[in-house]
Ligand binder design. Structure first.
Ligand SMILES: Cc1cc2nc3c(=O)[nH]c(=O)nc-3n(C[C@H](O)[C@H](O)[C@H](O)COP(=O)(O)O)c2cc1C
Length: 165
């Protein structure tokens, strides 16, 4: 179906037809304070070498921290972590208050209780329209297959549904 690309609500809804997981991407700012944003733009990019990518809104208050950072961590949320997703999906102060985490690569915050985490070194950063695309090389990762992931589809949080084979 042809779409009117000016109809951004309709385009958003069409983009939202693609189900994704939900991740919080974290780093440290220039003062060593933790920074994190909820994203569903995360994707695996390459196995050899291991690369991932995600995109950040160019207007995000977190942009300066991510642009200067040499490392970031992608924390893939488990389905019981909806509240964390909401918290890191808004511009609130003290996002990390009470959040269980450990220091990963170069001190980057790695959240506890997640389904998977990828500690990455930034290898590229490209403008992409109203977003900035970050590509990272995975230096460490962890995966807890016993924790089902959080799913985002059509603007709503969901759990993984039926197994279709
Ligand atoms: C499920 C979900 C997915 C999101 N995906 C992205 C994304 O991929 N990129 C992005 O820049 N913002 C995304 N956001 C919005 C940011 O999380 C939000 O703008 C947040 O306020 C950014 O943090 P900051 O304002 O502290 O910079 C998403 C929000 C939610 C709830």
């Amino acid at each position: 179906m042809a779409v009117n690309l000016d109809a951004s609500r309709a385009l958003r809804d069409a983009f939202g037809a693609f189900p994704t997981g939900v991740a919080i991407v974290t780093t440290l700012d220039g003062n060593g304070a933790p920074v994190g944003v909820t994203v569903n733009s995360f994707a695996s990019l390459s196995l050899q070498p291991p690369l991932v990518n995600w995109s950040l809104n160019a207007r995000s208050p977190s942009r300066p921290a991510f642009e200067r950072a040499r490392v970031f961590a992608v924390n893939v949320l488990a389905h019981e972590q909806v509240e964390l997703s909401r918290r890191f999906g808004t511009s609130v102060p003290d996002k990390f208050k009470g959040v269980a985490m450990r220091a990963g690569l170069e001190g980057v915050p790695v959240l506890e209780g997640v389904t998977a985490s990828f500690e990455c070194r930034v290898v590229a950063c490209h403008p992409g329209g109203d977003h900035i695309l970050f590509i990272g090389a995975v230096e460490r990762f962890a995966h807890d297959a016993a924790r089902p992931p959080l799913v985002f589809h059509a603007g709503a949080y969901r759990a993984v549904g039926d197994f279709l084979g």
